[in-house]
Design a protein around this ligand. Structure first.
Ligand code: DQA
Length: 148
């Protein structure tokens, strides 16, 4: 199985941005954590981070026919992007929505998630561990569908 770990704007600033909310671990730490998890699960993993909405749409489209599962933190675009929702719907790749912080207990504008409608699971507020939990969920989801 091939998983794509897809991250939206400012996730490359982990460890620098709002440490009280997002913690002190860096984007590199996140990649390491996911690589280790991929090895444990016996899956292949690739990573894309972009600060641009269209680049995220392109990444989702390019995943079609290539990627078996997406772990997706669309960051701020979660709350605004119909284009990203439509891209996820277009490719129908099993996707888990991940947020490092507990968006449900934050500002009103973070209460809306456009992408959620195209994701079979959402994990919020578990820090970087949310990404590895999402990888496990993708494996479980695949097993449930009767695949190897
Ligand atoms: C975030 C939450 C979003 O509201 C925010 O815009 C982010 C990160 C999270 O991981 O908690 O950039 O997706």
């Amino acid at each position: 199985m091939k998983f794509l770990i897809l991250n939206g704007p400012n996730i490359n600033m982990l460890g620098i941005r709002e440490k009280n909310i997002y913690g002190t671990e860096t984007y590199e730490d996140l990649l390491k954590l996911c690589r280790e998890k991929a090895e444990e699960l016996g899956v292949e993993v690739s990573f894309i981070q972009s600060n641009h909405e269209g680049a995220l749409v392109d990444a989702i489209q390019e995943a079609y026919g290539v990627i078996d599962g997406i772990v997706f933190n669309p960051a701020a675009y979660t709350h605004t992007s119909v284009a990203i929702l439509d891209a996820l719907k277009a490719v129908s790749i099993p996707t888990v929505e991940v947020h490092i912080s507990d968006v449900g207990s934050r500002e009103e504008f973070r209460q809306v998630s456009y992408v959620r409608a195209a994701c079979f699971k959402t994990i919020t507020g578990h820090g970087l561990k949310g990404y590895t939990e999402a990888m496990e969920a993708l494996v479980d989801n695949n097993k449930m569908k009767g695949n190897a």
